[in-house]
Design a protein around this ligand. Structure first.
Ligand SMILES: [Zn+2]
Length: 324
């Protein structure tokens, strides 16, 4: 009988689930807005009911695990969400155990950027590459690091938080409590904020055309030749380059994969990113590190979850930890 993993991508806005086989073929998808409640049970209930929906749709297939990619810090071994800044009702929630009980299958949690890195390593842009860094440019900036073929989670599960590497000591306040993290310059939210700041000082710019421009709309304005909009993406690439130069000097990776919604402005930011890498990192590692776009797009986290789900099925969580 065909074995299936249910992989959930839990975002601040949307909750997506896919039923996927061991080759990474997506057999069924479902999606809803992330429900909010005082504690995490609204989210738990939604995942359980989406799981039941998949079970019905797939008929005779055997569900072996549910894997959830979470925007926050995870205690991987114990399946507990330690800290989820955008979904604080989940802080301290032992979600893996609850899912195991309710769905009757193995359950594993992973940080969303780590899950994306695992997906890219399994089937995407860093397939079979031993040393890689995944950068996700979304509402925030996330990171997932592979060293010698294993995810680096660190003692507290916070390793890979490259979005909170400082690039301007006195820069804007960041949600992490620091100032001037790269997340404040290179995330989708930062693109929108910086465009607003530049619009105010450039009355001639088409950035003043409408309020509440999205990162995609700002990108379109820049493509049409608007100088202030172009500056937004120079800033995005410049600071990403400064951060990644430090990462390359620290880790000497084979490959850096950049994904997430705000990586859509790739062609505008990448020249600035590359020139900072060249200026700021050691020559050999800077030349070695291939900078590539995500191969799996929005499904990177889902597919990373699938990989973990198969490894953790039948209580092989220890195997998952030692393999990835
Ligand atoms: Zn920060």
């Amino acid at each position: 009988m065909k074995e299936i993993v249910l992989a959930t991508d839990l975002g601040g806005t949307n909750l997506r689930m896919a039923a996927v086989d061991c080759n990474g073929t997506i057999l069924y998808r479902t999606k809803e807005r992330t429900p909010r409640s005082k504690d995490g049970h609204a989210i738990l209930d939604a995942i359980v009911s989406m799981g039941e929906e998949c079970r019905v749709k797939l008929g005779s297939a055997t569900l072996v695990a549910v894997a959830t990619a979470v925007p926050g810090t995870i205690d991987f071994e114990n399946g507990v969400i330690t800290n989820a800044p955008n979904l604080p009702e989940l802080n301290g929630f032992a979600m893996a155990g609850e899912l195991r009980k309710r769905l009757g299958i193995a359950a594993v949690l992973e940080n969303d950027a780590n899950a994306a890195a695992i997906g890219e390593h399994w089937l995407g842009a860093s397939k079979d590459v031993d040393n890689s860094v995944m950068v996700t440019l979304g509402t925030g900036v996330g990171g997932g690091i592979f060293v010698h073929g294993k995810v680096v989670r660190g003692k507290d599960g916070t390793a890979g938080e490259i979005g909170h590497i400082n690039v301007e000591p006195d820069g804007p306040a960041c949600g992490c409590g620091s100032h001037g993290c790269v997340e404040q310059y290179s995330s989708a939210s930062a693109v929108v904020r910086i465009a607003g700041e530049l619009a105010a000082t450039h009355p001639e710019s088409a950035l003043n055309r409408a309020e509440d421009l999205s990162a995609e709309e700002i990108y379109e304005i820049a493509l049409a030749g608007d100088a202030a909009a172009g500056e937004v993406f120079r800033i995005q690439g410049y600071y990403l380059g400064i951060m990644l130069a430090g990462v390359i000097n620290t880790l000497n990776p084979d490959c850096i994969v950049i994904g997430g919604g705000a990586s859509g402005s790739w062609d505008l930011f990448i020249p600035h990113l590359r020139s900072e890498l060249k200026a700021r990192s050691y020559k050999e590692p800077a030349e070695r590190a291939k900078i590539v776009r995500s191969g799996l797009g929005d499904d990177a986290g889902i597919l990373g979850g699938v990989r973990l789900g198969f490894l953790s099925a039948a209580s092989r969580l220890e195997a998952a930890d030692s393999t990835l």
